[in-house]
Design a protein around this ligand. Sequence first.
Ligand SMILES: NC(=O)c1ccc[n+]([C@@H]2O[C@H](COP(=O)([O-])OP(=O)(O)OC[C@H]3O[C@@H](n4cnc5c(N)ncnc54)[C@H](OP(=O)(O)O)[C@@H]3O)[C@@H](O)[C@H]2O)c1
Length: 373
Amino acid sequence: MPTNSAAWLSAPYADLTVGDAPYTAASAGELVIRNRAVAVNPLDDVKQSTGDLMYSWLPHPAILGEDVAGEVVDVGPGVTGFAVGDRVIAYAVGMEKNRNHAAEGGFQLFTVVRADLASPIPDDLAFESAVVLPLAVSTAASALFQADQLGLRHPTTHPRGDAPRDWVVVWGGSTSVGSNAIQLAVAAGYSVLTTASPQNHDRMRELGAQHVVDYRSPSAVREIVSLLQGHRLAGVFAIGTGSAEPSVAIAAALGCKRVVLASPSVSMSILPRRPRAWLSLARFGALMAYRMGLLQLRGLRHGIRARFVWGSSLMNNEVGPMLWSEFLPRALAEGSYTPTPRAEIVGSGLASIQPALDALRRGASATKYVVTL
Ligand SMILES: NC(=O)c1ccc[n+]([C@@H]2O[C@H](COP(=O)([O-])OP(=O)(O)OC[C@H]3O[C@@H](n4cnc5c(N)ncnc54)[C@H](OP(=O)(O)O)[C@@H]3O)[C@@H](O)[C@H]2O)c1
């Protein structure tokens, strides 16, 4: 039995601490991965910083982490298409409801993952480059392709280039989720307009966006509406705090009825990282209720359905297999899909995961903080 260890969140608000962890073998439909790289996400920060406000079902001590890359060391009964020794990336869903929470957390040496949320990666793709993908690409795919979200056509590795294209607006293209949404929408045959800070505009175009607008510009909504006037807009995907309001305004101006939201209108980073911050919590709750209420009212006036997406929802519908078993393995093997955003390695070893989370809390621009193991 391999010896396992993990970066544990021993109690709400605590720093992660490295300690022994049980090793769990693969059950039916599962793989065990010896992780060689993990990445941190805002979700991990939110869970660590806000106690049980989110993921209240996750017991402490907990193992956070969604993005893993490494070698398969165990293949569960009924799994086809994977063998011991394969190099893979996977979306670890240990933080979700009704999962084997600790065994399926990403921040440990050995993680149990669902085989249907794993993809082989080519030999020339480094673990630390590929590990930026799992949560971000899953969230982007859930938002773009689920029938109850934007419901777009599915991506292919050889999109047709001749037909007149509908447009998709990705507000927040330089986020991890957004840079994957751009690539997926282009692969599905849509033209993409996105927003980012000017230093990231070239990168957005490299990923396939046709127009890029600075989201901080006071005229951003007007610019976007004027660029897309007369074109068919299939949907708007709003990513980043403050993205919901301009996204609904764009949809309203262009007669588009579908807007998907990845982020709440108020950032959870305004909450202090400590228990019983009642005043801040009350302020946060009131602000959130006010902004979301106003947003839904505006949407309703224009017949717009603005819905939140949940990154792991694809594991319960046809988008999961489409992305993880068909599109990603083929696109990564062909080199037609770029792992994005770029990885910045914060350190090596489980003890470097807390510094990676601290770096994320200070901010990231078109970058994913990664730890090698
Ligand atoms: N609902 C879900 O299941 C789910 C899953 C994953 C993530 N999320 C949420 O999605 C958001 C992005 O997550 P991520 O991991 O992709 O983030 P990330 O990669 O850490 O995002 C960093 C980027 O955010 C951009 N940004 C900051 N404020 C923005 C705004 N107001 N509008 C547009 N872009 C903005 C910055 O762009 P510039 O540097 O170009 O300025 C920066 O490049 C977060 O709010 C996260 O909580 C939700």
